[in-house]
Design a protein around this ligand. Structure first.
Ligand SMILES: Nc1ncnc2c1ncn2[C@@H]1O[C@H](COP(=O)(O)OP(=O)(O)O)[C@@H](O)[C@H]1O
Ligand SMILES: [Mg+2]
Length: 378
């Protein structure tokens, strides 16, 4: 067990890193953060901030000297860096899992090879691949997604038919991609779990997610789906974490098709935006589970403090004509407000979120939407 007052290393200083650091500090740990940006949100809360690339081995060496364990807040840390750290101290999640998840091609191959259902897809590595015969028949309309560094709907385009494929591939930079069938989504859901080094697993309930332009807009707990689908999604998530020998917090995003059932969309090797509601609606939140798993403490009980919650993301779009009006939000007795402290608001950029807790998901949603209206018009 890693004792309080020890130093924990964190690769990445975005909002997920900030929330991890604040939780770790609440539990008596000190946090050293490496991030290449001078303006990352977690900078203000780091006990020690090192502005460096994730591939800067002298920075990683400093982390090794000071810290007992290292975690990441985003999946694009070079696998080599995790491998370097892993030789010297505890790293959760480890290189082998992150390396798969950070590359859509490897991720989908892993899922397929282990019997998890993905949306039908094919891999396109170069322009020659675009003329392969099978592409004429399947996958349209489809989504073309870059294999690496995509997030929040960036690095992907919807492709209507074969005629648009080449232009889309070029638009994405002629980099290796997956082309997958566009599903008619009945719902999108996700499951966040924690898994400890000795294989203990805790699961948060299934939540329902709505996206706008590929970016998560709201998450609703509990999801309005059958118990059977909930069980299936939860079992798949646990099974997947076991097959990855995963230690830490992990989220699986699913697509639900009315007739064809569940498909695994993607995996996140870290706490997830759709799990933010756990900060305000559970005794132990996803970030505390991340600290516990990393420090080899027992994972925390998954006990809700509210029967329902709705989390709404606050995007940079709201700043277009000045500062948003938070008055209604701040006056709502059921609402928890989180701003990440980012310096610049850009359209589509996640600036914060709020969570409304209520007796039912319908009530929580109603309050959340009323508040949203007032922020927009502010
Ligand atoms: N094959 C698909 N069929 C239907 N909708 C999709 C498909 N792929 C992506 N989407 C939509 O775009 C969103 C973002 O895609 P995703 O693959 O999760 O990328 P990101 O890494 O940006 O989250 C999804 O949550 C979903 O709303
Ligand atoms: Mg996604």
């Amino acid at each position: 067990m890693i004792r309080p007052n020890s130093w924990l290393g964190l690769l990445g200083g975005g909002q997920l890193g900030k929330m991890f650091a604040m939780k770790a500090q609440q539990m008596g740990y000190r946090v050293m953060i490496v991030d290449p940006s001078e303006h990352a949100p977690a900078k203000g809360v780091a006990n020690l901030w090192l502005c460096a690339e994730y591939s800067d081995f002298s920075a990683l060496e400093k982390m090794v000297e000071r810290c007992d364990a290292v975690t990441t807040e985003f999946e694009n840390v070079p696998a080599q860096s995790l491998g370097f750290l892993e030789k010297k101290l505890i790293v959760s999640p480890g290189k082998s899992a992150v390396e798969i998840i950070q590359d859509r091609i490897l991720e989908k191959e892993f899922l397929r090879n282990n019997g998890f259902r993905t949306v039908p897809y094919t891999v396109l590595k170069n322009v020659q691949d675009l003329s392969r015969k099978e592409i004429l028949e399947d996958f349209f309309p489809g989504f073309l997604k870059v294999s690496k560094f995509g997030y929040d709907g960036k690095g992907q385009v919807k492709v209507r038919d074969k005629l648009n494929l080449e232009a889309s591939f070029k638009h994405l930079g002629q980099t290796p991609c997956v082309l997958e069938e566009a599903l008619e989504l009945h719902k999108e859901i996700s499951v966040v779990i924690g898994r400890s080094a000795d294989g203990q697993v805790v699961c948060y309930p299934v939540v329902e997610n709505k996206h706008e332009n590929g970016i998560l807009d709201i998450s609703v707990f509990p999801a309005d789906i059958s118990q059977k689908i909930k069980n299936q999604a939860t079992e798949i998530t646990i099974d997947l974490a076991e097959k990855l020998q995963y230690v830490g917090v992990l989220c699986v995003e699913f697509f639900l098709h009315r007739e064809r059932g569940l498909f695994v969309n993607e995996v996140a090797p870290r706490p997830h935006n759709s799990g933010h509601y756990t900060m305000d609606a559970f005794v132990v939140c996803q970030f505390e589970q991340q600290v516990r798993a990393l420090c080899r403490l027992p994972l925390g009980p998954v006990r809700p403090t509210s029967p329902s919650a709705v989390m709404v993301n606050i995007l940079g779009d709201l700043w277009q004509s000045g500062d948003p009006d938070w008055s209604k939000l701040l006056n709502s007795p059921a609402t928890h407000f989180h701003l990440y402290g980012k310096e610049h608001a850009r359209p589509g950029r996640k600036m914060g979120h709020y969570t409304v807790v209520a007796e039912t998901a319908i009530d929580a949603k109603k309050i959340a939407m009323e508040i949203k209206q007032t922020i927009i018009s502010g």
